[in-house]
Design a protein around this ligand. Structure first.
Ligand code: 6CS
Length: 284
């Protein structure tokens, strides 16, 4: 695998799928700090959903999540990250199976996830939003509205919006999983979905890139909370998680954390005002 900021997919191209499959299927030692230091990098799962996570055409990995993780890991003596793009629904199974050492994708801290992984303290918070045709012709302000109107909603696979739609009673046939975060706005423009649900900063980024006067955002989605994400570690890797948290706390206290996340549009304060324990509904 290529080190530094290049994604595995690029590595696959350069090294041939065979080698990638070996590296992806070979058992990996426990993701403890000593092991990561020796490895020289941490393998992180991302989604490529700017500004949370972003991969440039050249394979460079950025976004608020990887940038915070890179800074914390560097202070822990792990000089690099290697990122793999994954669907949200595959991130927790992937870290449990040690395909990744951690998830730094803006994975929202929620009780059902806290049962499966060990989260860091919160880092990135945001509200939920809808992208729709200008004028919001179907009057969609909540997932309940989507259900009532029989509208088709685009969601990323295994993400929070998919769960919110189902819980609000949206017919499963009307919950359309988009292949990647970027393609939802195209599907909306093509009329294949009536509304696209993602966090506010994600939809803001997509609207800027679409540059389409016929699209608009509705936010916050009624009946949904502010969500806060954290880095997800394997349940057993709490020593690594605790070491990560100690450095993250220092960076929150000395302003380094805010200097990384606020240029992306995140509120450092929002993450500092809550805690993993509050978001998990108990210790994690
Ligand atoms: O963690 C999640 O489920 C959500 N997080 C982000 C950054 N985007 C969408 C996803 O549903």
């Amino acid at each position: 695998m290529l080190k530094s900021k290049y994604i595995t997919k690029l590595a696959a191209t350069a090294l041939g799928a065979g080698m990638l499959m070996t590296s992806l299927t070979a058992p990996v030692a426990a993701a403890d700090l000593a092991g990561l230091k020796e490895q020289g990098f941490a393998r992180i799962a991302i989604a490529n959903e700017p500004p949370w996570t972003e991969v440039t055409t050249g394979g460079e990995v950025s976004g608020a999540g990887p940038d915070v993780a890179r800074a914390v890991l560097a202070k822990l003596g792990v000089p690099d990250i290697v990122a793999s793009i994954s669907e949200y629904g595959a991130m927790i199974p992937g870290v449990q199976a040690r395909r990744f050492d951690m998830v730094a994708a803006g994975l929202f801290i929620k009780p059902e996830r806290c049962a499966a992984v060990a989260f860091s303290e919160p880092d990135l918070c945001d509200a939920e939003s809808f992208m729709m045709k200008k004028g919001n012709p179907l009057g969609l302000k909540s997932f309940a509205d989507i259900a009532a109107k029989g509208a088709k909603v685009g969601v990323v696979g295994g993400g929070t919006e998919e769960k919110l739609a189902i819980e609000a009673g949206v017919d499963r046939a009307n919950v359309i999983v988009v292949p990647d975060p970027q393609s939802g706005s195209k599907m909306l423009q093509d009329g294949r979905i009536d509304v696209y649900a993602l966090p506010v900063l994600s939809i803001s980024d997509l609207l800027t890139k679409a540059n389409d006067p016929n699209l608009e955002m509705f936010a916050p989605v009624e009946g949904t909370p502010i969500f806060c994400a954290g880095v997800a570690f394997r349940k057993q890797d709490t020593d690594l998680r605790d070491a990560y948290d100690a450095v993250l706390a220092e960076m929150k206290a000395n302003g380094e954390f805010a200097a990384i996340v606020e240029p992306y549009g995140y509120s450092a304060d929002a993450a500092m005002q809550t805690s993993r324990e509050k978001l998990c509904g108990g210790p994690n």
